[in-house]
Design a protein around this ligand. Structure first.
Ligand SMILES: [Fe+2]
Length: 294
């Protein structure tokens, strides 16, 4: 079995890890969960993170022909369109992205948005298999954090998206629209039924109390033994009760609204308005007393 060459790129402003995964034999490669540098205060979008990934690919002689998204992220803007523009790589995501598009289209009044997933080049179904060069890839449908999450198993390495965090940090929230803590538990159990030595690569890290450095690689065995939310012996009901209690206390991610409306369009910004400018939409929710201002 050939092993993928895996290079990780950590974006500290959004705590996101993107990966360049290459086949050593053919030098074909895929980029997983790339990030656009977005300054919410100014609206400026920069490409230095994705450019760094492409420079690393070029230096290694890799041909990037796929961008693989694990889900529609709610904490960063996807850099997928830039990679596609520069390399011709095809952008893939789980087929249930259609559900996420249907949920958010009315929220953003995104009348331009098609809800058939056609902004993406490929929609993956559970169990689908494909190749990166000579590397075997299997798609695992792992919903719960959102309705559309998938994990990519590339030989002995699984890119789990937001299904799991490092063992000392636990798991991702399951309270976004369409999220489901029961489903998240079952998705995690599916991943943790893989062989103990299977390598797991996280999409995020926030450091855990007592840990000074960021980390994003672990194994099935380590997660089963010590994940603070879902180690061996934690029942589905216990997990769901913990997750629900915790999720009610979590604030909305800083880039939630910009991220979702861009990422459900496969990383494209909303169409330009009559003045040629593209705008991101913030749906305003007037609470109690604020209603009196109307
Ligand atoms: Fe996420």
């Amino acid at each position: 079995m050939s092993q993928p060459i895996i290079r990780s790129f950590f974006d500290e402003p959004t705590n996101t890890v993107s990966y360049l995964v290459a086949d050593p034999a053919t030098k074909k490669a895929a980029i997983i969960d790339p990030v656009f540098d977005y300054d919410h205060n100014s609206g400026e979008v920069d490409t230095r993170s994705v450019e760094a990934m492409l420079a690393a690919a070029e230096e290694a002689g890799n041909t990037v022909d796929r961008v693989l998204e694990t889900h529609a992220h709610a904490d960063h803007l996807s850099g997928a369109p830039f990679i596609k523009a520069k390399t011709g790589a095809k952008i893939g995501i789980g087929e249930h992205i259609k559900d996420v598009q249907r949920i958010f289209r009315p929220i953003f009044n995104a009348t331009d948005l098609k809800t058939d997933g056609s902004d993406f080049d490929h929609l993956f179904r559970d169990g689908e298999r494909f190749k990166i060069g000579e590397l075997d890839v299997e798609v695992l449908y792992t919903p719960g954090h959102t309705p559309a999450d998938i994990s990519y198993k590339i030989e002995d390495a699984v890119f789990v998206g937001d299904t799991l965090f490092m063992p000392d940090y636990g798991t991702a929230r399951a309270d976004f629209p369409g999220g489901d803590a029961h489903k998240l538990y079952r998705s995690i159990k599916r991943l943790l039924s893989l062989p103990q030595e299977t390598r797991l690569f996280m999409c995020h890290d926030y450091k855990a109390p007592g840990r000074d450095t960021f980390a994003w690689e672990t194994t099935v065995g380590e997660q089963r033994e010590s994940n603070v939310h879902v180690k061996e012996g934690v029942s589905e009901d216990e997990f769901v009760a913990m997750r629900r209690a915790r999720d009610t206390k979590l604030p909305a991610p800083r880039l939630l609204l910009p991220s979702i409306q861009v990422n459900i369009r496969a990383g494209k910004f909303p169409p330009a308005e009559a003045n040629g400018v593209r705008y991101l939409t913030i749906p305003v929710k007037l609470k109690d007393g604020a209603q009196a201002c109307l």
